[in-house]
Design a protein around this ligand. Structure first.
Ligand SMILES: [Fe+2]
Ligand SMILES: [Fe+2]
Length: 369
């Protein structure tokens, strides 16, 4: 019998591999798609949607099929979310972590049955695979800026949302037929096209996660295999005790070469987030930030003021409530156009690039003093 090592492609029919051409073409297409999308999305141009979770505006939407369709970034879903007075969002769970920057209002989170109060300026951390619900117990609206790593989970094959409870104002799509269980509870709906959408916990996944919880590591790590057995236990413990609310007024301002910055989540800060860095930046009246570039994508919500950015030499103007995107490898600098008042924004940056060995800032110019 012929040995495997002696076989040569020359002796067999060869199929031409198109993978390198396809990947080159995909790269060009992605570049073109990114270049065609504005870097500033005006708040007024994005409609409110009513989903199972809440009232939302999507500025960048997840899923591999949606990549670069709404925004020139692809690693995070970005949305604004509203909670009406004394209202709440849907109760649900997903693999991906999520962050909520509280722009206005106060309320509380329910995470795996535990209550965590929040107020304006706080950062809510929803760790991976946690049953959560955002609640408003005040008479004012709660206004939230929201980012998740949904897109990355989709890529990894673990995107899953288990809808346990709908928000109180939830209405299924028009002309759909509500599906109820024997107790009369709404368990889903059927679209006019006959598509059945089901809510509720994923029993199979629940069993898998319960099995994980019972597997606490005992004894010592004696080899490389044990390292990973212990890792599972450590990550379960981390998820259970992870910090859920980062109080904005307890975090320090820092005068950096990029300007005045207050980090809320950072690799040096203990939090329930592993995928996102979050900070507030303030630009003085008529002032500017430093100039830099990083591989990672970045997104800003303008909290206060008006101004403009330069991205690779192109000017993008922004106002309060706008969302600004910095695609991968963009040289950027931020300017306050108001000479009397400061401008402020919250920035979210994906930390995934950092874990992949593409982290860090290429600092080019200091912020003017
Ligand atoms: Fe969620
Ligand atoms: Fe940046």
């Amino acid at each position: 019998m012929e040995k495997q090592s002696e076989r040569r492609p020359e002796s067999e029919p060869v199929i031409y591999a198109r993978s390198s051409e396809e990947s080159w073409l995909r790269e060009q297409k992605n570049k073109q798609k990114r270049a065609a999308i504005p870097h500033v999305k005006k708040d007024k141009d994005v409609p409110w949607e009513q989903s199972a979770q809440a009232y939302r505006k999507h500025f960048a939407h997840g899923g591999l099929g949606n990549r670069y369709s709404l925004a020139p970034i692809g690693s995070m879903t970005v949305a604004k979310q509203l909670l009406p007075p004394l209202g709440k969002g849907g109760k649900h769970r997903h693999y991906n972590e999520a962050l909520l920057y509280i722009v206005e209002g106060e309320g509380y989170e329910m995470h795996d049955g535990v209550k965590y109060p929040f107020a304006a300026g706080d950062l809510v951390c929803v760790p991976t695979y946690c049953i959560h619900q955002h609640c408003n117990d005040s008479k004012n609206w709660v206004n939230v800026f929201y980012c998740t790593g949904y897109d990355f989970c989709d890529f990894l094959g673990i995107q899953s949302t288990e809808q346990i409870e709908m928000h109180p104002n939830y209405r299924p799509p028009e002309n759909s037929q509500i599906l109820k269980d024997q107790k009369g509870q709404v368990v889903g709906y059927k679209t006019p096209e006959g598509l059945e959408i089901r809510f509720g916990l994923n029993e199979e996944l629940q069993l898998l996660m319960d099995a994980k919880k019972s597997g606490q590591f005992q004894g010592e790590v004696r080899n490389n295999y044990d390292f990973y057995v212990r890792t599972l236990s450590e990550q379960i413990r981390w998820r259970q005790s992870a910090i859920r609310i980062i109080k904005g007024n307890e975090r320090p301002w820092e005068d950096t070469r990029m300007g005045r910055i207050k980090y809320l989540s950072h690799p040096n800060t203990n939090s329930g987030l592993l995928l996102f860095d979050t900070f507030i930046q303030e630009l003085p009246p008529g002032g500017a930030s430093g100039k830099h570039r990083h591989v990672s994508e970045e997104v800003h919500l303008i909290l206060e003021g008006r101004g403009y950015d330069f991205h690779d030499g192109v000017r993008w103007d922004w106002d309060k409530d706008d969302v600004v995107f910095m695609p991968v490898n963009t040289v950027h600098q931020h300017f306050n156009a108001d000479t009397r008042n400061p401008a402020r924004f919250v920035s979210v940056q994906s930390r995934l690039y950092h874990y992949m060995g593409h982290g860090g800032f290429e600092h080019m110019e200091d912020a003017p003093k």
